[in-house]
Design a protein around this ligand. Structure first.
Ligand SMILES: C[S@@+](CC[C@H](N)C(=O)[O-])C[C@H]1O[C@@H](n2cnc3c(N)ncnc32)[C@H](O)[C@@H]1O
Length: 222
């Protein structure tokens, strides 16, 4: 492992807003994020597969009265957003370093108000590993409030087509869908959501520099 990764991992362990539980070990995070960590009653929004956490940090600045948690397994990437949140004194931000597969171990029923999926891996050969596949949506259903929205922003035709088919087949409720976000941003969209959709993550910048068109949809489960 490179020296910089070792330094980042060591610093992450010291950060009070970064949680790195051991797989299988009981955690007291579940059901207690508001009471024990944020110490308020504000809504909780997750960014899953957050990478450097651009949406976690960007959303937290837009919405000081909501709590944001970025979740990813990669610590060196998470370090970037976690450091920014610390430097900018964002008390409404936390990060959870853990596989999303185990998400129900860390959040209780109805504890989560909203989910963002930003440039999730399309997993061309493993549909059940896609973060919008039924096994993952079933996990989200256990922790997300029934009316809670799930946002997906992606460059991937495979993931977007798959997700729109899942929305129809599984009977999820579609609120917004565009195959070319920046060309077709709906005019009646909440102005804050419009602003937020312009936050460009690391992968969005990479993909758009290669000519990819950005897609977006928002749906809920009930
Ligand atoms: C293509 S990157 C996108 C990162 C960031 N959202 C962005 O737009 O720059 C996908 C991220 O999802 C994370 N990821 C994918 N599947 C995961 C899983 N099952 N559990 C935890 N993290 C996962 C990867 O570690 C990676 O950081």
């Amino acid at each position: 492992m490179g020296k910089d990764k070792i330094r980042r991992f060591a610093l992450l362990k010291e950060y009070p807003h970064v949680f790195e539980p051991e797989v299988g070990e009981p955690s007291d995070l579940k059901g207690n994020w508001r009471k024990n960590y944020f110490k308020n009653d504000h809504p909780i929004v997750l960014e899953l597969g957050c990478g450097k956490g651009e949406y976690t940090v960007g959303l937290a600045k837009h919405y000081p009265n909501k709590n944001f948690i970025g979740m990813d397994i990669k610590g060196a990437r998470m370090f970037i957003g976690a450091t920014q949140a610390l430097e900018e004194n964002l008390s409404n931000v936390a990060f959870l370093r853990m596989k999303i597969d185990f998400i129900t171990e860390y959040f209780a029923e109805n504890e989560v108000d909203e989910i963002w999926l930003t440039f999730s891996d399309p997993q061309p050969n493993k549909p059940n590993k896609r973060l919008t596949s039924k096994p993952f949506i079933d996990r989200y259903r256990k922790i997300l409030k029934p009316s809670g929205h799930i946002h997906l922003k992606t460059d991937s035709d495979i993931l977007f087509e798959f997700t729109s088919e899942e929305i129809t087949q599984q009977g999820y409720l579609l609120h917004e869908l565009t195959w070319n976000l920046y060309a077709e941003l709906p005019t009646d969209l909440d102005p804050v959501i419009r602003d937020i959709l312009h936050i460009k993550t690391h992968y969005e910048q990479l993909f758009t520099s290669r000519g990819s068109v950005i897609k977006y949809c928002r749906f809920s489960l009930d």
